[in-house]
Design a protein around this ligand. Structure first.
Ligand code: IMP
Length: 421
């Protein structure tokens, strides 16, 4: 059974923990999109790991991890992560494969990301400034530099020189420091040597393991509402975290996916700008942020917090065909008197149950709430039956609204704080 774990909101749903749990019963864990903009937090014992580029499955020492062709790779960030893992005894040698078709994030992508954000002023996207957008722009403009280009110095040099020439024209316009193609070439030549043991034609590799019935777990990054096509454009990332991204980002056929698990927080958060109808700008939002430690795993930015928006989750479920929900951080809502859930929007005096494509229309949507009585403590519940009555009602309502079972409930960061139904 091959499974996909995707975020059903705006990212940061707690996918890292769910992947970590499911990785145990998988053979191969695959990232298919995004890059080091992701921040997947996994707690193992008293240690906390934050992974950005390397699949979270790497923490299981007998698993193979693959960075697929749809991912954009910043070698600097990759080697930093590798070193951090090795320091705590997690060796990635012989267990990590990088697609030769994956595109490389270059130093100028990061600077362009920052420059473009600066130019947008108050309308900025709020990117992670990891160069993700500009790297995908080069990919689609067919100027990208791929991992396989690292194996041929001549091609690498030519491509870097050509791209830097173009980038430097922009640097002049926007008063940025120019880039030195020679210095970038030297840096990437070194990476080429260091990356060699990991580079593979992962399209053939993955199709081979699929044929041999190995269990594959696809690890989505970001969230459905950050999808370049289906998210709240332009306040989105530059890849497809939703189900289609799996096939484009790995080279596996649709038959290679058996089940989709949507990860959803018991409330909603968002980093960066863009409409967020159920956002709480009051003390309640602040208290959820504090209790849920809602600060970006990649940038440290405070996350915007709000009530659970089921219109959002239902939309994500529709697009990716979510089969079951993993609900995280229910404990963060412990101790509240009342809990709201957004079940629709009010738009210009009428109730709607969908997300308008026009962003200014979505920005005008007011949440329509259903209110639930709170509960005391979910922290030590070991089964669904153990949960406080009102917490059970909350979960059951979500299942009914979505027509999808909530098959996993996370009551804390530790592996042990998980209810599997
Ligand atoms: P970018 O992916 O860095 O270009 O950022 C685009 C948008 O996606 C911004 O709103 C980011 O905050 C958001 N974003 C990117 N990666 C993540 C993530 O892993 N979790 C949550 N938000 C993210």
């Amino acid at each position: 059974m091959n499974k996909l774990v995707i975020g059903a909101q705006w990212g940061d749903e707690g996918k890292g923990k769910i992947v970590d749990i499911l990785a145990k019963e998988s053979d191969i864990i695959v990232r298919y999109q995004g890059g080091s903009n992701a921040g997947h937090t996994v707690c193992v014992g008293d240690k906390t790991f934050i992974l950005h580029l390397i699949p979270s499955g790497i923490l299981h020492k007998d698993k193979i991890c693959v960075i697929g062709n749809g991912v954009v790779i910043d070698p600097k960030s990759f080697f930093k992560e590798k070193a951090t893992l090795e320091k705590v005894g997690v060796d990635i040698q012989d267990r990590l494969l990088i697609s030769e078709k994956a595109h490389l994030v270059m130093p100028y992508h990061k600077e362009l990301d920052a420059m473009q954000e600066g130019k947008l002023g108050d309308n900025k996207i709020g990117t992670t400034k990891r160069g993700i957008g500009p790297c995908y722009v080069d990919k689609y403009a067919r100027n990208g530099i791929r991992i396989c280009d690292l194996t041929d110095e001549k091609t690498l040099k030519e491509k870097i020189t050509k791209n830097v020439e173009e980038v430097n024209k922009l640097c002049d316009i926007y008063s940025m420091n120019r880039f030195d193609a020679e210095a970038i070439f030297d840096e990437y030549k070194e990476y080429a040597e260091l990356l060699k043991p990991y580079i593979r034609n992962t399209v053939y590799y993955l199709n081979g393991v699929f044929k041999n019935r190995k269990k594959i777990l696809f690890e989505g990054a970001q969230g459905s509402l950050l999808d370049i096509d289906f998210g709240t454009y332009p306040f989105v990332t530059s890849s497809n975290p939703t189900v289609g991204g799996v096939f484009a980002g790995t080279g596996l056929p649709h038959k290679a996916l058996d089940s989709v698990i949507g990860v959803m927080k018991a409330y909603t958060t968002r980093v960066g700008n863009g409409p967020f109808p159920s956002e709480l700008l009051d003390d309640m939002g602040e208290s959820i942020r504090k209790k849920g430690s809602e600060f970006g795993a990649t940038t440290g930015r405070p996350r915007r917090c709000g009530w659970l928006d089921l219109v959002v989750v239902k939309y994500a479920a529709m697009i990716s065909g979510i089969d079951s929900i993993a609900m995280t951080k229910i404990d963060v809502l412990d101790g509240l008197d009342r809990i709201n859930v957004c079940v629709g929007y009010e738009y210009e005096g009428r109730k709607i149950g969908f997300i308008p494509s026009q962003l200014d229309e979505f920005a005008k949507c007011k949440p329509v709430y259903k209110t639930f009585e709170g509960w005391e403590n979910t922290k030590h519940s070991e089964s669904f039956e153990d949960l406080p009555e009102n917490a059970k009602k909350y979960v059951e309502f979500i299942e009914k609204f979505l027509s999808i079972p909530v098959s996993l409930i996370s009551t804390g960061a530790k592996r042990s704080e998980t209810i599997i139904r």
